[in-house]
Design a protein around this ligand. Sequence first.
Ligand code: UDP
Length: 404
Amino acid sequence: MVITLENYRGIVDDVVITEIYRKARRLYNKKILNINSTFQGGGVAEMLSTMVPLANDVGMDVGWRILHANEDFFGVTKKIHNSLQGDKIHLTERKKDLYFQTNENFSVYTHIHHDIVVIHDPQPLPLVKFYKKRQPWVWRCHVDLSNPNEEICDFLRPLILRYDVMIVSNEAYVRHDLPIEQRIFYPAIDPLSSKNRDFPEEEFDKFLRKFIPDYDKKPFMLQVSRFDKWKDPEGVIEIFRKVKEEVDVRLVLCGSMATDDPEGWNIFERIERKYSDLIKSGDLVLISLENNFLVNALQRKAAVVIQKSLREGFGLTVTEALWKGKPVVASAVGGIPLQIKDGYNGFLVDPEDVDGFAKRVIDILKAPELAALLGKRGREIVREKFLITRLLMNYTDLFNELSS
Ligand code: UDP
């Protein structure tokens, strides 16, 4: 069943529902196109898979296309992504060529007759250069721009200047040296997707027994994240080792492989080799499957959710866990402090402070009433600020302005 806006009644106020219908009204017959580089894996695909059907439900014509590219290309764009988050970069001429050529090739057979184009992240950013511009183009940048490498900024700058609006996820990512209009849209989750909605408890348990050996024996800590150095999975294992000295828990690391992230398998296999003893004993469970219901079950049933990112554009995994009423202990980086007020609806820790993380996790594991209180407040914050209905309003406002 395709979800419609009406289904959100009871989760958000009716005022929100009618407001969205009203804002969409002036956009009938407007054709809007989204382009990103993967259908699955990561937050961008996650949001588009809800936003696009909902926007169509309220009467807009919104499409979604995927940039076609090979592994080499994604190797280059991952480097660009990493350097936007602060890494050093040296792009050879061959790599620059591949970046532009892939976009140019795609432009040849991807005809754009839309009224507005929305480009997500750096992979399809150069597309704008290969079309005669007949409509507003929006660049939606989802990465953590708090501390970018200046060399990559200089390289991308002429491309970004061609856009009409740039959207970022956080006030701290606004680039004051870029003379283009910049807006802040907080990301959002869909409370009705199979990843986030309620199911009977026993269905979650039954499903998890397939993945976690002796599932009923002890509680588990969880991090759900791509196997990516910025998500610091090995750091999570260090926290787990410390927690384990005091409380008998296990750790589940769940990270599916995004097609536009070529580094995932290397990191996964390294962890598999390095921590084989923990895996054999059943204390560390690694999962690489892409499955929304699985993520839902894990987040529902975890005793505590960790997000030990070193950089984090926003952190939808945090939003998802908060929505499920879970206690979350997370790094105070990127978009995470927008979602967690330390001590009120979760705990924020310096990403380098493994002991600090372990202490907070132990506090929560030892005090179920604290866990419940944090979780209850977390869910309310998400309801107020981070549901897909609010994001849909942000987009309809922007599209109305751009087409008036
Ligand atoms: N995700 C998933 N399965 C996994 C790992 C991640 O479905 O094994 C989803 C996760 O639930 C979230 C998104 O991918 O919706 C990750 O978004 P986030 O903003 O946390 O990080 P990103 O991957 O965009 O850096």
